[in-house]
Design a protein around this ligand. Sequence first.
Ligand code: NA7
Length: 542
Amino acid sequence: NPAPEPRTFDAIIIGAGFSGLYQLLSLRDRLGMKVQVLEAGDGVGGTWYWNRYPGARCDSESHIYNYTFSKELFEGWEWSERYPEQPEIMRYMNYVADHFDLRRDIRFGTRVVGARYDDAAERWSVTTEAGETLTAQFLITAVGCLSTANVPDIPGLGDFAGQWYHSGEWPHEGVDFTGKRVGLVGTGSTGIQATPVIAEAAAHLTVFQRTANYSVPAQNAPLTPEFKQWVRQNHAEVRRATRSTTNGQAFAIEDRSVFDVTPEERLAIYEAAWAKGGLQFRATFRDLLLDKAANDTAAEFLKNKIREIVKDPATADLLADIDHPYAAKRPPIDSGYFASFNRDNVTLVDVRAAPIERITPAGIRTGAAEYPLDIIVFATGFDALTGPLLKLNIQGRGGQPLARAWEAGPRNYLGLQVAGFPNLFTITGPGSPSVLTNMPVAIEQHVDWITDCIAHMRARGLTHIETSEAAMDGWVARVNAAANATLLPQAHHSWYLGANVPGKPRVFMPYAGGMIRYRAICEEVAAKGYEGFTLRSLAPAV
Ligand code: NA7
């Protein structure tokens, strides 16, 4: 008989993506703690384990979409393209897990269905779907921000005679679109990435658009041998560069106003940024996200590009009928999205004018027509940021559910802790800048901060840390003020606001003050002896 699995840990981490792997390594190998990672999937990778939809690719450039805490790890890996595709990111995550021998402390296929703070024992008690209970002094969620699929509640879905899939829960064996009539619902980053790839394979693709979106070409390409060599030789520079920008990217936002240049110069700048491709487009001027008039110039440029690319004027008008400021919603980047609508086998349907009424056995019926389909792909996004945390059924002190504490929207301190939930840390939670940042940069900062905090506690014999209502009030005010200083809250349909999920409180969730300021705030909090937290020690029971 195999030895029974241990049930008692110093820390339990939920999730084995970018956050969970680095948190495991830090607590286990740096602090020597007994750590268990619980992971619902059968492998490492988190977001990238689940999001295997056609065209899935990261929007951050590959050489900065990785860990930089270890020079050796960095130098031992080589990316192949400017933007890494999902299978390559999965190979990278497995490389990391192998390199540090992480799998021995990860239990795969183990979904957490509850986590309760045991007031008597002053420990976390975590329940798995299989009914097991494990306990730990610290509970750290590393569940990602975009990991709870938002499948719209459209009547009739159960009666659909074909197959349907959500992009974030894609079958591992893939989907064969050959000869099929495919309907794609949603035109966010996912729908925009998937459209050209599905269009290549399917007999016909119908894209159901509710909200038109900007997109800038990724200009993806294989990396040259020279660039690969430069990256390999410049670990310190890559690390420095991504830590010196507000968004964790390797490019800085230009320190000039849209109105510092002539209209001709501005056009040339936008053309150059379009040709270069990618998220850099939003870095062309410092006021794009601060001043509506400035933003309008970029919006107009991008709408004109749509009209240049798309041949059918009615389709072009519909695609360019965008009602939010550029980059106020997460700006997609693409590989041939708008040009897909020039294909004979691709149709755009406006479901703003005539909403989807129901799914019939044969396909999708809108207020205007019925579209017969074999496959429906929902690229309808996620219950972002709070969804993955609330799904864990976390109960804090006195049995208080996190869902109740967050009834009116998420409240926490630094995005990392909630009052009434001692020793619980949420990596990349709401209130953190992570989703507005190149994710691995934010994750390394969060994990290092949490690890330093726990090291500080252990060095002083402290066992418990908990934030206060007052600290949370202060942080929520800062998150709101940072958002209100930008155009971000003006995109009414954005998942940043929770607006994409019916019934979800409308609160701007990410911290928009930038990674540099966030890092400085966190460092100051630590330097002041973890201001805003109460640290104490629990004498061991005798
Ligand atoms: P997003 O960005 O939330 O986009 C979801 C899309 O699905 C968006 O166009 C929605 O329109 C549309 N949607 C959602 N529900 C419906 C219904 N019921 N009917 C029609 N259309 C609907 O998700 P993504 O997966 O594309 O991207 C998520 C993030 O992943 C992305 O921002 C990057 O950070 C990576 P809406 O705008 O709500 O009208």
